[in-house]
Design a binder for this molecule. Structure first.
Ligand code: SF4
Ligand code: SF4
Length: 335
């Protein structure tokens, strides 16, 4: 059984965290069954966000009676001190708890620091003094902000996308976290659905002793896969390494990971799916993506007015309209 220590927090948990974004999409009853099953099978770390609609509420309803046995991290997108406190109080209420283990700034466009004029970091410290949060974290999709947060030594944890498709720069962040004793919480270890073999994703992450993956779990079958790795961890065999190399080559360069930070589009284009349709068609069962619903969504690409809003918000610097166009052309051929 692999365990991870989250840097200076000292939080020591199974190398299997529960990412509670997808439980928004299932009924309360289904969410309760999945969350409870995760807990009963040794998963101790649950990550949510104020922005994930009823995800916190579902965690509160499923796990408040075992609160002291689990760790909860959640996030705020607040940009003002007032909104920070409102979010924190709402999260505590929804989670049915009087403390949050790790409270994170949710993908801020800058790294909040004391004295930067926003008062946000000071609010974190005050919340810590009041015992409402135990540790301060930051989540990000941007390499620069993430690096600044680690090097500032103001943050106990960093949450960042990381998978076997990561570049050297991203691997550097994991190493930097280790050097600074910052816990590394790894999101999108399946790269937003591009990686379809969870055993390979898990085996790859086993090499990083300080990385705690939080798997976005929506179905019991997905949960069962991750639970099984606790009992018998997949090993990085030669065959698996070859698959990783092959996927890296196939997906080399920049690709849309589906994070959605470029949304909404004024023309209603579902950018975070449409800009990676070619990959989804070839890497996952294609039938769903060829339904009329998705044909209609792909047709919206023709309505792009090239306003450039998506490009300015893409943390990976993608030329999104161009990517959309390429995916549109490929989709028509595929059809
Ligand atoms: S450039 Fe096109 S896809 Fe991007 S936000 Fe504007 S209309 Fe939407
Ligand atoms: S285009 Fe960029 S911001 Fe938009 S979903 Fe893809 S990776 Fe994320």
């Amino acid at each position: 059984m692999e365990k991870v220590i989250l840097g200076r927090t000292g939080i020591c948990v199974q190398k299997n965290g529960f990412g509670a974004l997808p439980v928004q999409r299932v009924s309360l009853n289904e969410a309760k069954i999945i969350l409870r099953k995760a807990y009963e099978n040794g998963i101790q770390f649950f990550d949510s966000a104020r922005a994930y609609s009823d995800s916190e509420e579902k965690i509160g309803l499923a796990l408040s009676d075992v609160r002291e046995n689990i760790y909860i991290s959640t996030k705020t997108m607040a940009t003002t001190v007032q909104a920070f406190w409102e979010d924190l109080e709402t999260s505590l209420k929804m989670l049915k708890t009087d403390y949050i283990d790790i409270y994170q700034f949710h993908n801020p466009s800058f790294c909040p620091k004391p004295g930067d004029g926003t008062g946000l970091y000071e609010a974190m410290l005050e919340a810590k003094n009041q015992g409402k949060i135990h540790y301060i974290g930051l989540t990000n999709h941007g390499w620069k902000v993430a690096k600044e947060a680690i090097e500032s030594d103001l943050y106990d944890t960093l949450q960042f996308p990381f998978s076997y498709l990561a570049s050297e720069k991203e691997e550097e962040l994991v190493r930097l976290c280790e050097e600074h004793n910052v816990g590394f919480i790894c999101m999108k270890a399946l790269s937003g659905g591009l990686i379809t073999r969870s055993d390979i994703a898990y085996a790859y992450l086993l090499q990083y002793k300080n990385a705690l993956p939080i798997w976005g779990i929506q179905k019991e079958s997905e949960l069962d896969e991750f639970i099984s790795y606790q009992k018998q961890a997949p090993v990085l065999t030669k065959d698996i390494e070859e698959i990783i190399q092959h996927d890296r080559k196939e997906l080399a360069g920049q690709f849309c990971c589906g994070c959605g930070y470029c949304m909404p589009c004024p023309q209603g284009i579902i950018i975070n799916q449409c800009a990676r349709m070619s990959l989804m068609l070839r890497r996952a069962p294609a039938e769903n993506w060829l339904l009329e619903k998705w044909q209609a969504e792909m047709n919206k690409i023709k309505d792009c007015i090239h306003c450039g809003k998506c490009m300015t918000h893409c943390p990976y610097g993608l030329n999104t309209p161009e990517l959309l166009q390429k995916n549109y052309e490929d989709y028509q051929t595929f059809l």
